[in-house]
Structure formats: structure tokens, C-alpha cells
Write a new protein. Structure first.
Length: 423
């Protein structure tokens, strides 16, 4: 959000953290409280303000235990976690990286700064996740990595995706920034591909204000990620591969390290994740069960054998053909009029962004992956399923601690709204 500071000027100040009133009077949840404040206070008194401090190490150990992965490091944000992971996978100039067009730009922007070209992929019409069949069609000899996004906390079809990865030899990076604590057939998301990345940004269910996490069982990926951005943190502690140890402690001289205070706050929130996920799950599943007898709306299914986590947003399918062809915006307006803060898709499809639709000379003098002559500009209609999903998904508020009667209000507003549209 942009908050106004009237005491100084009319310049808007950017603030993006979990808002206490995001659900209006429907939700009692407060993301940050006394426990997080106490953690930060005590860390300041101990001067835990930089580097791989004891609290940072404790968080990384807790993340290894949660995911079952051997290696973990924290970064200053989720974007830099993905950047470190792609560097760890050896992505570089001339390579291609596949990702869905329906995701946040930071799922793919790190590839651009490694000189790699993005290749967008369509969505599955039911689950809204990356479509494995379209993924297979888009792999070329230049494909160096596949970025799978567990969008909104729903889980992609990892069996099908990993089968393609094994057949082609192209590694998978799981972007789990929306899906903290989600599972796929008994395995935590992020532990199925070659490397997993998470965001700890201010609106995430495990938040440090800003921060990111990379975790993997691939020692080469881990060591290269350390080499890239963990300067002065590695000596005698992190690097595992003998070939890289000669570069301790400076690595490549870059820093992507997280701020310890943010990681300390995230450690407190990590301890609350299971309870938070359970409360969100009960709310979401109650609303989804009520949709089954309503025309024009339906739950978004998740992949077989998966358990959602994080619940970063709460999308439902809108079916205009069942309500006289009326647009999704009409349902959103009716829900808002009934006090339910519904929205349409908050992410723009990547292929529609000017950066990709028009191309851009990132490094100047015609040297970037989006330059004229090397970049095939995507066009409207290239990703028909994602375009339809973007038009027809309706997002309900995520309630983390519903106020008494709040769930019933959401269901009643949906029922009344679709009944009104059907008449």
C-alpha cells in the first residue's frame, strides 16, 4: 500500500506488509505482535545485526527440518533466493528458463540478469498451475531450468513435471513463495525439484518484512549460491565442495545475505505456521464446500495428493456461461456491496507486461536477452488458458482468524450475489 505522511510532504511512502484490517471486520488476525517485537528487541541488544548470526543459523536449521533438505541459506528477499538458485543451477547468457506466464514477475526476472531468455508457459485450466503438456512443448536444447510456481498456495502437478525433468535433464526450481507449508504426496513443496525458494516478504504467511530462503539437497547448487552472495559468511562453515573452498571467505564479492532482524521475526512466525495454515484451511474448505450448490462459481482444485499451504490468496473459478455471460467483475462488485472485499486477479500476466510484450535493451547496446532480433515477443492469444483464467478468477478474502459469523457472511454474500445474477 502507499501510506501518506502528512507531517512531511505529499510524496507517497511505500509500505507493503500484512495489514491487520485486510479482511475488514471479518478477520481478527494480527500478523506481527509482542513476540516478534521482543525477538527484534533482544537481537538488537545482542548486536545480532549482520551476517550469519546464531538466530540466522537457528532459522536455517528449522527450515532444513521442515523441508527435510540438507542445505539451506537465507537471502535478503525471495527474488535473490531465485537469482541464487538459478546461478547455482548454472543458468547464464544464451540459456532459456521456462516459467508460467501467470505468476509474479520475480519468478523470472532473476533469469534476465543472468543473461537468460524467459520462455512462458500456459496454465492448466482447472488447477491454474503450470501445464505440464505445454511445458513439454516449450523445451528446447537451450532450456537450462524450469521454474514451477505453486501459485496462491495451490500445488502444481509435480509428478508430471518431474517426469519431464528426468526425460530432458532440465532441472526444476520450485518457487514456493505463496505455499509455505504445502505438501505434495507427503513431501514438502520445495523438496521435490532440484532446489526450492521461498519469499519472506511482508505479506507472506512466514514474514521477515523482507527476506528469502533457498534450500536444496544439491551441494553444487548450494555452494554456487553461497559463492555468489554470502560474502564473509562462508569461511569454515558453509562451502562443502573442495573446488570452491579456495574462494573463502569472499566468494565472488557479492552480498545477497538476509538482515538478521528480519530472519529473527520470521523464526517466530515459522513456529506459528502450522496453526495459521490450519485456520486458513478450515475457512477455505468451508467456503469451497458451500460453492458446490451455487451456479457460476466453483472451487479451484489442487493437484492430486497435495495439501495446500500458505494460502497467499483465495481464488475461485467464475463460470460466466452459467450466469448469462455476465463478467466476473459484476460478481466482484456485488460481493463488495455486501461487505466482502473480493477482487479480480492482482497479478498481470507476464506476457502482457511492456517489458516482455515490447522487449527491452537491459544492458544497453543490444546485449540483453530481450533485445530486438533475439527476443520473440509474445502476443495476446499465445496463452489462451492463462488469459481466460486471468479474466474469470475471482479472489475472496483470506481469513486467518475469522471473526464470529464471518465465514457465514462470506458464504451468504456469495449465495445472494450469484442468485441475483442468475435471475
Amino acid at each position: 500500500m502507499c501510506a501518506q505522511d502528512d507531517t512531511k510532504s505529499d510524496v507517497p511512502i511505500f509500505v507493503q506488509t500484512g495489514q491487520t484490517d485486510a479482511g475488514g471486520d471479518l478477520d481478527r488476525w494480527r500478523q506481527v505482535g509482542e513476540e516478534e517485537a521482543r525477538q527484534a528487541y533482544e537481537m538488537v541488544l545482542r548486536n545480532e545485526l549482520s551476517g550469519g548470526t546464531p538466530v540466522v543459523r537457528e532459522f536455517e536449521q528449522a527450515w532444513r527440518e521442515m523441508t527435510g533438505l540438507q542445505y539451506c541459506l537465507t537471502t535478503c528477499n525471495g527474488t535473490l533466493a531465485i537469482y541464487s538458485a538459478l546461478f547455482g543451477l548454472g543458468v547464464g547468457p544464451g540459456d532459456e528458463v521456462i516459467c508460467p506466464t501467470y505468476t509474479w514477475i520475480c519468478s523470472i526476472s532473476p533469469a534476465l540478469f543472468l543473461g537468460a531468455r524467459p520462455v512462458f508457459c500456459d496454465s492448466d485450466p482447472a488447477t491454474m498451475q503450470l501445464d505440464p503438456a505445454d511445458l513439454r512443448r516449450r523445451i528446447t536444447p537451450r532450456t537450462r531450468a524450469i521454474v514451477v510456481v505453486h501459485l496462491w498456495g495451490w500445488v502444481a502437478d509435480m509428478d508430471a513435471i518431474m517426469a519431464i525433468s528426468r526425460e530432458t535433464g532440465v532441472p526444476v526450481l520450485e518457487d514456493c513463495s505463496h505455499a509455505h507449508g504445502a505438501m505434495y504426496k507427503g513431501r514438502p513443496v520445495g523438496s521435490i525439484g532440484q532446489v526450492g525458494c521461498w519469499s519472506l516478504q511482508g505479506t507472506k504467511p512466514v514474514s521477515g518484512g523482507e527476506g528469502g530462503v533457498l534450500a536444496t539437497n544439491d551441494v553444487e547448487v548450494f555452494d554456487r549460491a553461497c559463492l555468489l552472495g554470502q560474502v564473509n559468511r562462508m569461511a569454515g562453515m558453509d562451502l562443502q565442495t573442495a573446488g570452491y573452498q579456495q574462494h573463502q571467505p569472499l566468494g565472488l564479492g557479492m552480498k545477497t545475505r538476509a538482515h538478521p532482524l528480519g530472519i529473527g521475526i520470521a523464526l517466530v512466525q515459522l513456529r506459528k505456521l502450522a496453526e495459521l495454515n490450519e485456520r486458513r484451511r478450515q475457512y477455505v474448505e468451508t467456503v469451497e464446500a458451500a460453492l458446490k450448490d451455487m451456479p457460476g462459481v466453483a472451487p479451484v482444485p489442487t493437484s492430486e495428493g497435495s495439501v495446500r499451504g500458505g494460502y497467499y490468496s483465495f481464488p475461485i473459478h467464475y463460470k460466466p456461461e452459467e450466469l448469462g455471460g455476465r463478467p466476473a467483475g459484476e460478481l466482484i462488485d456485488k460481493l463488495k456491496a455486501r461487505g466482502i472485499p473480493a477482487t479480480g486477479s492482482t497479478y498481470q500476466l507476464l506476457h502482457r507486461l511492456p517489458l516482455f510484450a515490447q522487449g527491452f535493451d537491459i544492458f544497453t547496446r543490444g546485449r540483453g536477452p530481450l533485445c530486438e532480433g533475439t527476443w520473440r515477443r509474445p502476443h495476446e492469444g499465445d496463452f489462451p488458458v492463462a488469459e481466460k483464467l486471468h479474466r474469470d478468477l475471482v479472489f475472496l478474502p483470506v481469513l486467518s482468524d475469522p471473526a464470529p459469523g464471518a465465514v457465514e457472511r462470506v458464504v451468504a454474500a456469495l449465495r445472494d450475489s450469484v442468485r441475483e445474477m442468475a435471475n
